[in-house]
Design a protein around this ligand. Sequence first.
Ligand SMILES: *Cc1c(COP(=O)(O)O)cnc(C)c1O
Length: 379
Amino acid sequence: MKIATKFIHAGAEPDPSTGAIMTPIYQTSTYVQEAPGVNKGFEYARSQNPTRKALEEAYAQIENGKYGLAFSSGVAATDAVIKLLEPGDEIIAANDMYGGTYRLFTKIFEKFGLKFHYVNMQDTNNIKALINAKTKLIWTETPTNPLMNIVDITAVATIAKTNNILLCVDNTFASPYLQNPLDLGADIVMHSATKYLGGHSDVIQGCLVMNDAALREKLYFIQKSCGAVPGPMDCFLVLRGIKTLHVRMQRHCENGKKIAHFLRNHPKVKTVYWCGFEDHPGYAIAKKQMRDFGGMMSFELKNDNAEEVKRVLSATHLFSLAESLGGVESLINHPATMTHASIPREERIKNGLNDGLIRLSVGIEDADDLIDDLNNALG
Ligand SMILES: *Cc1c(COP(=O)(O)O)cnc(C)c1O
């Protein structure tokens, strides 16, 4: 089945009680049983909900996986993966990733005796060098947030398989429209569905998708035991969002390309980080593992003193200054003080995330209007 058809029909079955084409919002906490243990597969809504079930099926289908699990946020989905581990286990994580993931690892899980190593995964030898008998998980993100570095998923998956280590890929930036890590050998795909999957900046949600039944059972057990499940209304919103993912992503990609080139040619811009440039160090791998290059990018100004950066960040009108990404409306963001503020400055700078970096989530407005807006702001 082609992607457009899949995204529209994923998880969609007419409601068995009414034939409703859209899965209803089953706003209930519990389900009436005929006799103890005699029920229709639904007992209590932390464990099962029909709206969530339809969405979990959709998650699985759009990532070419067997099983999907929905969580109350992206970080709740990440949290569930880490809870597969035992004290003493080691995790190798990308050194350029979502700040909230870094915060969860360092501030919450380190104190439970887990050891995290952060490495530059563009060179997969850095991963190999850290593997030992305690290594249980590799956590990566590609394209990375916010520097748009590319990690070779197939290469990392080979290392993980050879050493019997789980590989989880945060696929939020690419979305399943651009990239399907399970097809490339990953064990788990994680998404902040808050971003492209929801697509309309109106919901917080996360998901995991996997192929292995035993892994699914473990993660389902964590999902219901820890209880970070999304409500049915939120599940409905993401189900609706997924139906237009391919149409939105096409436009995100078209607009992203135009804006990346506009910025690169602008006299006041020093560097543009976008993985669709042929001279981007990860271009060949991006071309191999992604269908297109998306609408996320970052850039630095030639004059990157704090005042000028602040002025530009406040001078756009169509690009709203806000955290988050992946919605239909364009956003501008300052990683150093916003999305990545929880990473210590020294660590940030070491990884190339400078104080002056500006990140864009290019929306699906008219590209000419977006370019005018940036042009006026750059001055
Ligand atoms: C937003 C984001 C997350 C966290 O997801 P929430 O839904 O905000 O909890 C994780 N990874 C990436 C790449 C993100 O952009």
